[in-house]
Design a protein around this ligand. Structure first.
Ligand code: AMP
Ligand code: MN
Ligand code: MN
Ligand code: MN
Length: 274
């Protein structure tokens, strides 16, 4: 019998809808055997997930770190990290300070664009690490936009006024924190960065040079053509393959815990290296 792995999920400790406890319950109901909680730039929820899981399912301690590479915001998932590692704790503290300063800048820019009360509004929704989705939620509830998609398209997405990314540490530095804390660095959702094949391969080369060992060959429910492309890339760089739903909210049915596409034949699943 093979286990069902979901190695990329979010909770209320970052921009997810469910508490770690509620997430564990939903994952269990969906048949997940091994679950990684990978909140943005925080380890806060991991111990809660572990205690909520008990013997029902196995929790992999994880985190999704924000970084900068060639002017782009790249996400690196760390799996099997030591949540008590002092170096990682101080790196996470630094990320959290960056998030707060960045959110203040985003709020100021949105205010200038006529979105009143952006700071208090976003803070109201952020139980843990604050990010753009909290601004999006505020803009929806205050009637400035109709949807998350519209909030990102008009204000928060790549190149828009609320896209403040220049403070994040370099990709290589973030990868080094993960490996130094005993974890495996996984390049998150490589297809989401809108890179040409040449740029994707440059990113993968830099990631490998920095000590990255795995990439997400599957993120949520994805097109077979994307899976083939990512399988090929993983093979070309001898990277282990990870898979995760990138679950945030029950409203997104294509990103539900444990419901992502299957890892393709021919790749080397990351758990075989554990
Ligand atoms: P941040 O962590 O502040 O950089 O915000 C990035 C997060 O915003 C991602 O992890 C997603 O959860 C969410 N996000 C990014 N792009 C979009 C989009 N176009 N529509 C909805 N949510 C998005
Ligand atoms: Mn997110
Ligand atoms: Mn991400
Ligand atoms: Mn994510």
């Amino acid at each position: 019998m093979s286990y069902l792995y979901d190695l990329h999920t979010h909770s209320t400790c970052s921009d997810g809808q469910l508490s770690p406890k509620e997430l564990v319950r939903l994952a269990k109901d969906n048949g997940v055997d091994v679950l990684a909680l990978t909140d943005h730039d925080t380890l806060e929820g991991v111990s809660m997930a572990i205690s909520a899981a008990g013997d029902d399912l196995h929790i992999v301690p994880g985190i999704e770190l924000s970084s900068l590479w060639n002017g782009r915001n790249i996400h690196v998932v760390g799996l099997q990290v030591d949540i008590d590692c002092p170096m990682l704790a101080s790196a996470v503290e630094q990320q959290s300070e960056i998030r707060i300063e960045r959110a203040k800048t985003i709020a100021m820019r949105l205010e200038k664009a006529g979105i009143l009360g952006a700071w208090d509004g976003a803070k109201h929704y952020a139980e843990g690490s604050i990010g753009r989705p909290h601004f999006a939620q505020y803009m929806i509830d205050a009637g400035y936009v109709d949807s998350f998609a519209q909030a990102f398209k008009r204000y928060l997405g790549s190149g828009k006024i609320g896209d403040v990314k220049n403070r994040w540490p370099a990709l290589a530095e973030v990868v080094s924190w993960i490996t130094a804390s005993g974890g495996i660095a996984v390049l998150a959702h490589p297809d989401k960065y809108d890179l040409t094949r040449t740029k994707l391969y440059t990113l993968l080369q830099d990631f490998v040079n920095a000590g990255g060992q795995a990439m997400e060959v599957v993120s949520g429910q994805q097109e077979p053509a994307v899976t083939s492309k990512l399988l090929r890339a993983a093979e070309d760089f001898s990277l282990l393959a990870s898979c995760g739903s990138d679950f945030h909210s029950t409203e997104n049915l294509w990103q539900s815990p444990g419901k992502m596409s299957l890892l393709p034949k021919g790749c080397k699943p990351i758990w075989e290296a554990w």
